[in-house]
Design a protein around this ligand. Structure first.
Ligand SMILES: O=P(O)(O)OC[C@@H](O)[C@@H](O)c1c[nH]c2ccccc12
Length: 273
């Protein structure tokens, strides 16, 4: 595991001890969000012939610090929806990304798109917690799990009716994925040792997944060319945070990017024919 993941996971497990004392596993049953009707994250990603966009609500990150100082999560999510995003990812990790579970909850009350809880999930408690706060899907990062833990988390997601986006960083992670249990695979283009981004590396790992898997390219994406390449290579979806968060109007940016992707795709096909 990379240093940064180790650091984050350690902090997460410390915080979890406190959170469990405040709110027990069973308490979540009475949360408003628990009753929300789920929207299929998987279908939303797979349902367009375009590369579908998962737009991320992200205030800060460990590598970039504060990305968007005037941060209004609900407004950003509404704009994403209007701009044509297929799903929304909401960072809920507080110490490293300045996220909050209450952002997820507030967004779920206003937006009709499926919502992904983006956090460092190591315990089924966090999956039930995600549901209680209005999530439709959870991110599960292979590299922060050990042995049977991955399987246990995937079962918990199923139990609570949430889709799981299973994230790999490299081939070692990929080799641990049991595709009998995984429908949506993400590969993070960012190398966590040096924070460098390589979309091609991500694509070549994604392409090893079984045919029916929904594929998501994650991180460092910002141009129509990037997305046209994903489309050409059969990748269904792109997870984009920082680029949108740095634009004045994140919704307009989604719309523009979708248009630029079409143009770039035509160019790409012309060039290769
Ligand atoms: O902001 P970017 O480079 O567009 O990346 C978004 C997303 O992929 C990134 O935030 C991310 C991918 N996997 C994660 C796991 C935890 C926290 C964050 C992430």
């Amino acid at each position: 595991m990379s240093n940064i993941l180790e650091k984050i996971t350690e902090k997460t497990s410390e915080d979890l001890v406190k959170r469990k004392q405040k709110v027990s596993f069973n308490d979540f049953n009475s949360f408003e969000g628990f009753e929300k009707e789920r929207i299929s994250f998987q279908e939303a990603l797979d349902g367009t012939d375009q590369v579908s966009i998962i737009s991320e609500v992200k205030k800060a990150s460990p590598s970039k610090g504060i990305i968007r100082p005037d941060f209004n999560p609900v407004d950003i999510a509404l704009r994403y929806e209007e701009g044509g995003a297929s799903a929304i990812s909401v960072l809920t990790d507080q110490p490293f990304f300045q996220g909050e579970l209450k952002y997820l909850e507030a967004i779920s009350k206003r937006v009709q798109l499926p919502l992904l809880r983006k956090d460092f999930i190591i315990d089924p408690y966090q999956i039930k917690e995600a549901r209680a706060h209005g999530a439709d899907a959870v991110l599960i990062i292979v590299a922060i799990t050990e042995g049977k833990q991955l399987e246990e988390l995937l079962h918990a997601a199923k139990e609570f009716g949430l889709d799981a986006l299973v994230e790999c960083y490299d081939q070692t992670d990929f080799d641990r994925v049991d595709f009998n249990l995984v429908d949506i695979l993400g590969v993070n283009n960012r190398d966590l040792k040096n924070f460098e981004v390589d979309v091609h590396r991500g694509i070549s790992i994604l392409q090893q997944a079984p045919e029916e898997t929904v594929l998501v390219s994650e991180s460092g994406l910002s141009s129509g060319e990037d997305l046209a390449l994903l489309k050409k290579e059969g990748i269904h979806s792109a997870l984009i945070g920082e680029y949108f968060m740095r634009q004045q109007d994140p919704g307009q940016a989604v719309k523009d990017l979708l248009e630029q992707t079409e143009e770039a795709y035509e160019q790409l096909m012309k060039a290769s024919s």
